[in-house]
Design a binder for this molecule. Structure first.
Ligand SMILES: CN1c2c(nc(N)[nH]c2=O)NC[C@@H]1CNc1ccc(C(=O)N[C@@H](CCC(=O)N[C@@H](CCC(=O)N[C@@H](CCC(=O)O)C(=O)O)C(=O)O)C(=O)O)cc1
Ligand SMILES: N[C@@H](CCS)C(=O)O
Ligand SMILES: [Zn+2]
Length: 773
């Protein structure tokens, strides 16, 4: 019986990659420096996995920015607009980062490729762009180079490739009149070339990730899967193909998958245990197919329950024999923090909670312990580990710090009226317009302003005790004052306080809510160099004290313009935290909703007439299979409504969503009944708004007019064009003008220029309306 891993975090346990990338982008480091850091991380990861007893170690799981972008580079799926960079003597990395982040340099001005959520995770990938009859070619040797690099360390790895079908499905058609899956015959020969080169190096296993197998595929997609793996198996009969599916079971795709001529099927048994019975009992299961049992949760941080995992493994062994079983995490460990051993700060993570957790490194140890237990290796040490595991899990179950009867009773006592505003939107709009007196196309921002180096380092010093609370407070006050003054000066209509006091929009709340723990080094990559440190929800959630009232009401006290109170919504806090696995997510979400509701009411009492409850993760939390959508949407929408419904009609509730392809759930978004919703729209040129041709969204909308994920400053005319385009879908009196998302990742100079242009764009559009009347 073997052990394997699907992918290891690539940021480095101390976020070395983040630092190296940012130094390179800012010109403080060379490409050679960046590549050296990257190589060190790869080496550390391979050696660690070897040391922890992983037999089949992945390669090509490393990426400088994103694995989907890497695949675009590999197969030459490079949009034409970047040709200038391919020709002008630019390093390949300039092209690569321009595709990821856009470029405005030396007379070149190119937008970035779109970025969206990787299935239901908080990781973002770059969306491949596809064109009719597109040709592909093998044009980047990263996969082979990394294989050779590991080989030089004496490690024969398993290259990990995004499977061709998922690669196509992850992308977008950029012109009409074709279906991207029809590009498979053009794409597959390039994959075959890569495999040929790997085979020439005696690669034994290749892992093809086809996570679309966890979604509802069409017959045509399934045919594409059949064709792909039959072709690869025919051409490379000695290759051991590992077909990896994760985040849900194979569902309706199971029959197709069982008939494929692959060596190993990887199953996510954390998300879907029951599929094991279906697979083991299926007559279609080939007698030579191996099963990679993903029993260790790659997406959450709880210690594995060895008893449950061993039962699954034993069951599989009883059917197919030990030789055909591999033990693995459920998915790539990209979604886990690196190393629990770094957590030595008791004030963040108590010893009690820490003993319940396992990060990426510890998960590798768990994989190995399970294998050793079954195969009776190092028996006494292994038994000790198994016993430790059951003791920790047993203690967690009965721990007093988890259960709070008051919170449970409050959830039970909720009634229908708790998730309803007093009156409907039409009435509220009249009341709110009277109270707020906003112009046509009101301008606003999404909440955060630049989290500069200085802001971050003041906070870091304050946390370390090197800056006094008074000095930190004065600093945040100064930043907030300047930001309010700037917004007033440029003529924004609805202001924000800037979120300078917050490390992150989820962690900040987690630090103040009971039932949450937080880590010091539990970083997880979100996109490119950006990381998040998700808090850990281990117990019943409650709010003891107001969390945001101080800075919001301070900001409101220094301006006559309305300031938006700024909160993160219950679904997003849930989705971007590591969530307890001992009760349904819906239950935890409702508890958070009640805590946020109390905060909303307190903000209203403190004089904030507009309150934004951000829910960027509501779409991301949607189950991968449509049959599960309704249940999720019912409780998620209800949780938002609970959080928003404690206020008077005068109080305008906003929500914000980024990366939201919500055409298929628009009625549920409308059911959230926020007075105003601001959404991400600009990278897709307002494509998202197509849905409003058919569905009349009842409340107000601010489709983002500038892409804040790119350092590029948009032109006024571009924004005017976007506002005019939005007008085709949304009545002008329902339209707001705002960026796509918060400005925390931007520099002040870009922010200032862009917002001045944005306000001017709104003014120009107002004048156009005035003239046309
Ligand atoms: C809106 N988005 C968010 C998502 N998920 C979240 N949990 N939060 C989000 O905001 N998902 C979808 C998108 C993803 N977008 C982003 C955007 C930006 C970031 C980001 O900027 N991340 C920061 C880290 C943020 C943070 O926690 N900062 C802390 C710690 C700062 C730090 O690193 N300190 C240094 C010392 C600094 C010094 O001395 O100068 C240290 O500790 O070593 C803070 O500000 O206090 C990032 O830098 O990656 C993420 C997702
Ligand atoms: N209020 C947050 C939302 C990000 S999705 C911000 O502006 O950063
Ligand atoms: Zn956002």
């Amino acid at each position: 019986m073997k052990t394997t891993n699907l992918g290891y975090p690539r940021i480095g346990s101390n976020r070395a990659l983040k630092k190296a990338l940012e130094n390179y982008w800012s010109g403080k480091a060379t490409l050679v420096d960046l590549e050296e850091t990257a190589k060190n991380i790869r080496t550390e990861n391979w050696l660690l996995q070897q040391e922890k007893g992983i037999d089949i170690i992945p390669s090509n799981d490393f990426s400088l920015y994103d694995q989907v972008l890497d695949m675009c580079m590999t197969v030459n799926a490079i949009p034409k607009r970047y040709t200038a960079l391919q020709q002008k003597n630019h390093a390949t990395q300039d092209l690569y980062f321009a595709m990821a982040r856009g470029i405005q340099k030396d007379g070149i001005d190119l937008t970035a490729m779109e970025m969206t959520k990787w299935f239901d995770t908080n990781y973002h990938y770059i969306v491949p762009e596809f064109y009719k009859n597109q040709a592909f070619s093998y044009c980047n040797s990263k996969i082979v180079d990394e294989y050779k690099e590991a080989l030089a360390l004496g490690i024969k790895t398993k290259p990990v490739l995004i499977g061709p079908v998922s690669f196509l499905l992850l992308g977008k058609e950029k012109e009409n009149g074709f279906d991207r899956i029809d590009l498979l015959p053009n794409l597959l020969p390039t994959y075959l070339k890569i495999i040929k080169e790997l085979s020439a190096l005696n690669v034994e296993h290749i892992q093809f990730d086809e996570p679309f197998l966890a979604t509802d595929l069409t017959n045509k997609d399934r045919e594409a899967i059949r064709y792909t793996y039959q072709t690869i198996a025919d051409k490379f009969p000695d290759l051991k193909i590992i077909l990896a599916n994760y985040f849900d079971c194979f569902g309706e795709n199971l029959d197709t998958v069982l008939e494929l001529p692959v060596h190993t099927l990887h199953l996510d048994l954390v998300r879907c245990k029951l599929q094991l019975d279906d697979i083991l009992s299926s007559k279609k299961l080939n007698k030579n197919t191996h099963l990679s049992l993903g029993v260790i949760d790659g997406r959450n941080i709880w210690k594995n329950n060895f008893e449950d995992s061993l039962a699954l493994i034993q069951k599989a062994i009883a059917h197919v024999g030990e030789e055909r079983i591999t033990i693995a995490p459920s998915c790539s460990l990209l979604h886990s923090p690196c190393d629990l051993d770094l957590e030595t700060n008791e004030t963040n993570l108590s010893a009690e909670v820490k003993q319940w957790l396992a990060f990426a490194k510890q998960k590798l140890e768990e994989v190995n312990t399970l294998r050793n237990f079954i195969t009776k290796v190092n028996l006494s040490k292994t038994l000790e580990k198994v016993n430790e595991n059951s003791a920790a899990n047993a203690e967690r179950k009965i721990s007093k710090s988890i259960h709070n009867p008051k919170v449970k009773d409050r959830v039970k006592a909720l009634t229908k009226k708790d998730d309803q505003r007093l009156n409907g939107f039409t009435q509220r709009k009249i009341i709110q317009q009277k109270a707020l007196n906003l112009p046509l196309y009101p301008t606003t921002t999404i909440g955060s302003f630049p989290q500069t180096k200085e802001v971050r380092s003041q906070r870091a010093n304050f946390k370390k005790g090197n800056t006094t609370p008074e000095a930190y407070h004065s600093f945040i006050e100064k930043e907030t004052r300047e930001t309010i003054a700037f917004q007033e000066n440029i003529g924004l209509d609805v202001l924000v306080h800037g979120e300078f006091e917050r490390n992150d929009m989820v962690e900040y709340f987690g630090e103040q809510l009971d039932g949450f723990a937080f880590t010091s080094f539990g970083w997880v990559q979100s996109y490119g160099s950006r990381c998040v440190k998700p808090p850990v929800i281990y117990g019943d959630v409650s709010r003891e004290n107001p969390m945001t009232v101080f800075w919001s009401s301070f900001a409101q006290s220094i301006t006559d313009k309305p300031v938006k109170g700024m909160l993160t919504g219950p679904v997003t806090i849930l989705q971007w935290s590591f969530v307890r696995n001992d009760q349904p997510r819906s239950e935890t979400c409702t508890q958070i909703a009640l805590a946020i509701r109390d905060e909303v009411v307190d903000l209203e009492k403190a004089g904030l007439s507009i309150i934004q409850i951000d829910e960027p993760a509501i779409r991301e939390g949607l189950p991968l299979r449509k049959e599960d959508w309704k249940t999720y949407l019912d409780w998620a929408v209800k949780a938002f409504r609970i959080s928003a419904s404690g206020v008077k009609d005068e109080t305008q509730i906003h929500t914000h969503m980024c990366y939201s392809e919500f055409n298929d759930i628009i009625e549920h978004i409308a059911a959230m009944d926020a007075d105003v919703i601001t959404i991400e729209c600009s990278r897709s040129q307002m494509e998202l708004l197509d849905v409003f041709r058919e569905f009349k969204y009842p409340n107000e909308i601010g489709p983002g007019v500038y892409d804040i994920h790119s350092p590029r400053v948009p032109d006024r005319s571009e924004m005017v064009a976007l506002i005019e385009k939005a007008k085709e879908y949304i009545a002008p009196e329902h339209l707001w003008v705002n960026p796509d998302c918060g400005l925390k990742t931007r520099h002040w100079d870009e922010t200032k220029k862009a917002l001045i242009e944005m306000v001017a764009a709104a003014q120009e559009c107002r004048q156009r309306v005035a003239v046309s009347h």
